[in-house]
Design a protein around this ligand. Structure first.
Ligand SMILES: [Zn+2]
Length: 299
């Protein structure tokens, strides 16, 4: 090829790649929780940049609408939230402060995980305490790998709408992630002796029942969102006298109520993480699943 023509071809190639560069930009994803951030990385691979808002050691019900959260959401192409009221105390203020219409509720850039799943009921939906923190169903499905697998597929489809040329890439990755989540859940369930029972601090460990042979017997909180009372703890001890079990609570929850059950029932206390590290990928979540199973003698 003559030099001049070669230069022209080269120049055309450079211009063409510059022209398509905006399409190749990774999706800017903001996830409210570390589990959702993990899922975004698992599905999005090198086509996403993920920022997680809630730290892994804080209760996601109770966060502040910090200016740094607003700044992150302002730049986002896609916002992922758990939904079902989990973030209702702070996310609306973050969204309004961010002033980014692309990620407002109802837009393609806003992904509400709870909309794509069937949720477990909450005790708050049946009793006289209707309307408390879990009125839309139990929003703590991040500890259920089977629901995370369903979410992976829904998330891949949404990412594919925002980056059509990468739709197949997202779908392939979500199928792989879903398969690994389901396989690991089955393997861990097989290792746990049947009928392990536990009391949790909050309704945030109920979804363990969905994939492990375990059963939640009660909660240290009298109602979700209300701290344990002496009266409620005494009644729990009375009801559970003579039974085998464990007390589980998130690391950020106080252990005082758990200590009361330990003294009166002789049960072991396990402080667990409910979220993987903020920068976790799928492996980090699988490791966390193993930690949950280990509490019951599996893992
Ligand atoms: Zn809750």
């Amino acid at each position: 090829m003559p030099l001049k023509r070669y230069v022209i071809v080269l120049l055309a190639m450079v211009l063409a790649s510059a022209w398509t560069a905006p399409q190749a930009q990774p999706l800017e994803v903001v996830a409210t929780t570390p589990s959702l951030g993990m899922l975004a990385r698992a599905v999005g691979g090198d086509q996403v940049r993920v920022r997680v808002l809630a730290p892994d050691d804080r209760d996601p019900h109770y966060l502040d609408a910090r200016p740094s959260y607003m700044a992150a959401v302002r730049r986002a192409d896609l916002l992922l939230e758990m939904g079902a009221g989990l973030e209702e105390g702070w996310l609306p203020a973050v969204l309004s402060g961010a002033a980014n219409p692309a990620v407002n509720e109802g837009r393609r850039g806003h992904f509400r995980a709870s909309d794509t799943l069937s949720l477990r009921r909450s005790v708050t939906m049946d009793g006289p305490n209707v309307g408390h923190v879990h009125a839309e169903g139990n929003p703590h499905f991040n500890i259920d790998p089977l629901r995370m697998a369903v979410l992976a597929d829904a998330l891949a489809k949404r990412m594919g709408q925002l980056r059509t040329e990468k739709a197949d890439y997202f779908l392939a990755r979500s199928e792989d992630a879903a398969q690994r989540l389901r396989q690991h859940a089955r393997a861990l369930a097989d290792r746990i002796p049947a009928d392990r029972q536990f009391v949790a601090y909050h309704e945030d460990l109920d979804y363990l029942e969905e994939w492990l042979p375990v059963k939640v017997l009660g909660y240290l909180e009298p109602v979700p969102g209300v701290p344990p009372t002496a009266r409620h703890l005494r009644r729990l001890v009375r009801d559970l006298e003579g039974r085998e079990g464990r007390v589980l609570h998130a690391r950020y929850q106080p252990s005082r109520g758990a200590g009361f059950l330990q003294r009166h029932l002789g049960w072991d206390i396990h402080a667990v993480s409910l979220e993987p590290p903020v920068d976790a990928d799928l492996e980090g979540y699988l490791e966390l699943m193993s930690q949950w199973a280990a509490v019951f003698g599996g893992g």
